[in-house]
Design a protein. Structure first.
Length: 393
C-alpha cells in the first residue's frame, strides 16, 4: 500500500514538472517571448476567461504589422548642399555645394531651419555624376536649367507641390528616360514620359522615351533640347505649335513629319539635328509644305527648316533665321536665284560647309539681303556664281 501511494505521489510530481516544462497555465516563457500582448492575455486568463484561438492567431499578425511599420525607409537628406535664404523663413537650394552624393535627397528644411521652397536657376547644372534626385513636397518651383546637362540622370519625379517649372530644366539630360508627376499635382501631369502643363496642354519637357499624347496642343520652347537619345518622335495632329528650340540638338533624329494641324514652328526648332535627313509635311497642312527635304511656309515662300539632304526649290524667296543652323553634316548647298533674303544664323555653325552654288551672278548674290550673322561661325567656303566665285577666307 505504501508502495502504491509512493508511486502515485511520484506520478503527481512528474505531471506537475511536465506541466511547468510545457508552459501550461500561461507560464513565464510565454510571457517573455510574446511580450505585452501575452501579458494582456495572461491577465484575462487570471480573471477566469479562456484565451481563444482568435487571440493566439492574431498575435503574430499584430507583431508583423508593427514590424512592417518600423522598417519603412525614409530617405536621408543629403548634406553639403548650398542654400540661399529668402529672408522670410523660406529658401532655395542653389547648388550642389560640397555634397558628393550621387543620389541626392533635397531636404524640406535647410540646416539653418528655412523651409526649402524652390530649386534655383542652374542649381544642379552639369552635375554629370548625379544619378537621381529626390524633390521634397515643400518645393513649389524649379528654376531655369536647374538640371541642365545632368547626363547620368535617368528619371525624375515631380511632387504634387510644384506649381512652376521654368524652361530648359532638363535640357541635355541625355539619359533621361522616365518622367513622372504626382497624381495630386493640379498644375502638371505626366503621360507617355512627357511633362505637361495641364491648363494649356503644353508639353514642357520630354525625354528619350517620350510618346507625345494626343492631348498635347503645343510643344514648348526647348522641350526636347539636347535629347540625344531620342531617335524618333511622332507629333500627333492635336499639336498646333512647335516652340523655339523644341528639338534642338536631338542628334538621334533622322526624320520628322509635320502633321496638318501645325500652324507655327519656332526658330531653332530643329537646329543642331545633325543627322536629320528627311523632312515631310502632311499634304493637308494649310500653312506649311515640304519640298526637297525643306519645310516651307506656303504663303511667304520662306524656307524655315532645312537639313543635310535639302535641295532648295526655286520657289523659295527667303531663307529664315536658323533654317540650317548647326547642321554640321551639310557640306554643300545650292541657293536658287529666286532667293532675295537670308536671315540671321540661317547657315550659322555649319562647320562642314565648303561650297555654296548660287544660280545667279555675283552682282545678284551681292544684292541679296543678308543678315550680318547669316553665316556666323561657318569656316572658309566658296560661293560659285554663274560668272565667277566668291571666296570666304
Amino acid at each position: 500500500m505504501k508502495k502504491v501511494k509512493y508511486l502515485m505521489a511520484l506520478t503527481a510530481v512528474l505531471l506537475a514538472m511536465l506541466m511547468l516544462l510545457t508552459g501550461c497555465g500561461g507560464g513565464k516563457w510565454e510571457k517573455e517571448t510574446t511580450g505585452e500582448a501575452t501579458g494582456v492575455a495572461e491577465a484575462e486568463t487570471t480573471a477566469g476567461e479562456t484565451v481563444t484561438d482568435e487571440l493566439v492567431t492574431n498575435e503574430p499578425a499584430t507583431s508583423e504589422s508593427t514590424t512592417d511599420e518600423s522598417v519603412t525607409e525614409v530617405p536621408v537628406a543629403s548634406e553639403g548642399l548650398d542654400f540661399t535664404s529668402n529672408g522670410d523663413g523660406t529658401c532655395c537650394v542653389s547648388g550642389i555645394g560640397t555634397c558628393t552624393d550621387l543620389d541626392v535627397v533635397i531636404p524640406s528644411v535647410s540646416p539653418e531651419g528655412d523651409t526649402v521652397t524652390s530649386i534655383g536657376i542652374i542649381a544642379f547644372a552639369q552635375c554629370t555624376d548625379l544619378t537621381s534626385i529626390t524633390i521634397p513636397d515643400s518645393v513649389t518651383s524649379i528654376g531655369n536649367g536647374a538640371f541642365y546637362k545632368c547626363t547620368s540622370l535617368t528619371s525624375i519625379a515631380i511632387p504634387n507641390s510644384v506649381t512652376s517649372i521654368d524652361k530648359e530644366v532638363f535640357s541635355s539630360c541625355t539619359n533621361l528616360a522616365s518622367i513622372e508627376v504626382d497624381s495630386n499635382n493640379s498644375i502638371f501631369y505626366a503621360e507617355g514620359n512627357c511633362l505637361i502643363e495641364t491648363a494649356s496642354n503644353t508639353l514642357i519637357a520630354g525625354c528619350m522615351n517620350s510618346v507625345i499624347p494626343d492631348s498635347v496642343t503645343s510643344i514648348g520652347n526647348w522641350a526636347f533640347n539636347g535629347c540625344t537619345g531620342l531617335t524618333s518622335i511622332i507629333i500627333p495632329d492635336s499639336v498646333t505649335i512647335i516652340g523655339a528650340g523644341a528639338f534642338k540638338a536631338c542628334i538621334g533624329l533622322t526624320g520628322i513629319v509635320i502633321p496638318d494641324s501645325v500652324t507655327n514652328i519656332g526658330a531653332f526648332a530643329f537646329a543642331g539635328c545633325i543627322n536629320l535627313a528627311s523632312l515631310e509635311v502632311d499634304g493637308n497642312n494649310s500653312v506649311f509644305h515640304a519640298d526637297g527635304n525643306c519645310i516651307i511656309e506656303t504663303a511667304s515662300n520662306t524656307l524655315i527648316v532645312g537639313c543635310m539632304n535639302s535641295v532648295i526649290p526655286d520657289s523659295v524667296t527667303s531663307i529664315d533665321g536658323a533654317a540650317f543652323a548647326e547642321c554640321s553634316n551639310l557640306t554643300s548647298i545650292t541657293i536658287p536665284g529666286s532667293v532675295t533674303s537670308i536671315a540671321s544664323s540661317a547657315f550659322g555653325r555649319c562647320t562642314a560647309l565648303t561650297d555654296i552654288t548660287y544660280t545667279g551672278t555675283t552682282d545678284e548674290w551681292n544684292a541679296v539681303s543678308k543678315d550680318s550673322t547669316w553665316d556666323v561661325e561657318t569656316p572658309a567656303y566658296t560661293i560659285h556664281c554663274t560668272d565667277g566665285d566668291i571666296v570666304k577666307s
